[in-house]
Design a protein around this ligand. Structure first.
Ligand code: PNW
Length: 479
């Protein structure tokens, strides 16, 4: 980190943000005409979520938004990333019926942010499909993409005069895989090896349609930017005797193709899925005597093209893995076997909070460089990055403070030394909140939320203070 007086490591208009998602913070699951979403349904089923927790109330940001705004101001953020609840705006998912109370809520949030000189970045879809659309087939159905486009247009029309940064779909990978392959997220389907590819395809189609709608009907007037948020670990082969084994290097490439490439290749490189992905899936289908045609759908020529439908690269990065070949020899149809690669942890990486989160700040720098080289040097926003605590709660969370310092200095190196065009960094998350299948047991907040207190009071963590310090230092240098 530079001391004051040194040259600034971050561009003048760098976005310093934090993020949240509607279902994770809002509560008010039935308030003022909101329709149910798949996460309402999923959480109300027994045995789905840790401790039978649910987001019925969560941080009650639906009523306590002004408390959240105080947190945002305390951090000195320039940007705030929130998501809209589709079913709060359009209770049955269609534009037939608009819930004006939902419109009012988001209007107030946006107007309050702008009044405080904070720019909103809005995600249209963060895992919470209106239940009515799930009942019509959900993301497995091609028509959900068309309905998403109508919802997106409604949002651009209603809020686009003030919102200039849009994320269509958050982490299609997680929705597809955890929701439809593993059954760990809503809608809780376990249809391995088939459904996730179809869901991913329809999410890409939905995103592309919405981008084209923005591009042709709103961009000239509103002058905003639209992308989709992709999650990826940094994945690399272990070094064996100086160089990686060939098989492991291939496996690492496949693993990256099956996570980031799955969505980034169509949008940024070719308009189609990575070759290694299609060939691995088709070869395995053949070996297992699958008769249903390619399990990986094809993009139709008469649909709006998916290539070129991102105005920036939105990256959610949490952790890294070593990748080794193998694991795909079993006789069952599933994505894991299609990949024929296994993730392993490097024993030197500390594990913190949740079991999957190895702390590897330098992985972010490597991934940013990979994105620059592979996806034609796009403008990048890091739309999520963070570190959780579980169990014994510490308001003085020294380790998480160090994590933010170390990670942000890796971002600075990516900009200064590798020439990556990073435009912003959003910490995940503003508040402790409903962490999906982990319920409230996992805390990602920069602010602690006391879920046992009826007022749901918010208290800044040491990591929040650290982040505020970092922001103020770099914002001052830019003035
Ligand atoms: C992201 N996993 O999701 C989401 O965008 C956030 O809503 C979430 O709170 C954050 O990461 C932290 O987990 C994920 O189980 C949810 O591998 C689960 C997983 C990964 C990402």
């Amino acid at each position: 980190m530079p001391t004051s007086g040194e040259k600034n490591m971050f561009p003048r208009d760098f976005a310093w943000g934090a993020g949240t998602a509607a279902y994770q913070i809002e509560g008010g699951w039935q308030a003022d005409g909101k329709g149910p979403s798949i996460w309402d349904t999923f959480c109300h089923e027994k045995g789905r979520v840790f401790g039978e927790h649910n987001g019925d109330e969560a941080c009650n940001s639906y009523e306590l938004w002004e408390k959240d705004l105080e947190c945002i101001q305390q951090l000195g953020l320039t940007h705030y990333r929130l998501s809209f609840s589709w079913a709060r705006l359009l209770p049955d998912g269609t534009t037939q019926h608009v819930n004006q109370k939902g419109v009012q809520y988001y209007n107030k949030v946006i107007d309050d942010l702008l009044a405080c000189d904070v720019s909103p970045m809005v995600t249209l879809y963060h895992f919470d499909l209106p239940q009515a659309l799930q009942d019509g087939g959900g993301w497995k159905s091609a028509s959900t993409a068309t309905l998403f486009d109508a919802y997106a247009k409604f949002c651009f029309r209603t809020f686009g005069d003030r919102v200039k940064l849009w994320v269509t779909v958050n982490e299609p990978y997680v929705c597809a895989k955890l929701g439809h392959e593993d059954g760990l997220h809503a809608p809780g389907l376990k249809e391995p090896g088939v459904a996730a590819y179809l869901v991913g395809h329809n999410m890409l189609r939905a995103h592309a349609m919405a981008w084209h709608s923005y591009n042709s009907c709103f961009r000239a007037k509103q002058k905003g930017a639209v992308s989709l948020a992709l999650n990826s670990d940094w994945l690399e082969a272990p070094e064996a005797g100086g160089g990686a084994e060939d098989d492991d290097a291939d496996a690492a490439e496949r693993q990256l193709a099956f996570t980031l490439g799955w969505f980034a290749w169509p949008v940024f490189v070719t308009g189609d899925y990575p070759d290694v992905m299609r060939s691995a899936i088709d070869a395995r289908s053949e070996r297992l005597g699958w008769r249903g045609g390619s399990r990986l759908p094809r993009f139709e020529e008469d649909e709006p093209p998916v290539l070129g439908t991102a105005d920036f690269f939105a990256l959610n990065y949490y952790t890294s893995r070593k990748v080794v070949a193998g694991g795909g020899r079993g006789g069952t149809l599933c994505m894991k076997n299609d990949r024929d690669a296994r993730d392993v942890l490097d024993p030197s990486w500390p594990i913190c909070g949740v079991s999957w989160l190895a702390v590897v700040p330098c992985g972010l720098r490597k991934l940013l460089k990979y994105i620059k080289d592979t996806f034609n040097n796009p403008a990048v926003y890091i739309t999520e990055n963070g570190f959780s605590q579980v169990g014994q709660l510490q308001i003085e969370d020294v380790q998480r403070s160090e994590f933010y310092k170390d990670t942000i200095s890796e971002v600075a190196k990516a900009i200064q030394e590798d020439g990556v065009d990073v435009r912003g960094y959003f910490a995940w998350s503003l508040l402790d909140n409903f962490e999906w299948a982990d319920g409230f047991s996992v805390r990602f907040g920069l602010f602690h939320v006391d879920f046992a207190d009826a007022r749901l009071s918010r208290t800044i963590y040491r990591s929040g203070r650290e982040y505020a310090k970092i922001i103020s230092k770099f914002r001052c240098q830019s003035k």
